[in-house]
Design a protein. Structure first.
Length: 117
């Protein structure tokens, strides 16, 4: 599992632990589809004068065959990570579905089904 983090220096230790735990949990879902992928997580924290901070997360999944990106920003760190991973997983599913359809068109439906068995 190759996860590279960027922007952790802006976060405190509790936020870093939350990020790493959530990324590890969510990356398992992505890793099923892309075994040799490398995930790059960029986190930026925009603090205002108040007690709250806005978090912006950018994910980039680099596989030898493709590259997927997703980003989101919100006031809640946990929600931001989960929503961003949801977008990334949705893109991955679309890409894999398109690849299957493309192969099916290329090989013909009957040959494709015969090769699956």
């Amino acid at each position: 599992m190759a996860v590279i983090y960027g922007g952790l220096k802006d976060l405190n230790s509790i936020e870093i632990q939350q990020i790493k735990l959530l990324v590890d949990q969510e990356y398992v879902k992505v890793e099923r589809e892309f075994r040799e992928a490398k995930l790059i997580v960029e986190i930026s924290k925009a603090e205002k004068a108040g007690a709250r901070a806005k978090y912006s997360i950018h994910l980039r999944l680099e596989d030898p065959n493709l590259m997927l990106t997703a980003d989101d920003a919100d006031w809640d760190l946990v929600k931001t990570v989960r929503v961003t991973f949801g977008k990334l997983i949705e893109q991955a599913q679309k890409k894999s579905k398109k690849a299957v359809v493309k192969k099916m068109k290329k090989d013909g439906k009957k040959n494709f089904i015969k090769n699956l068995a």
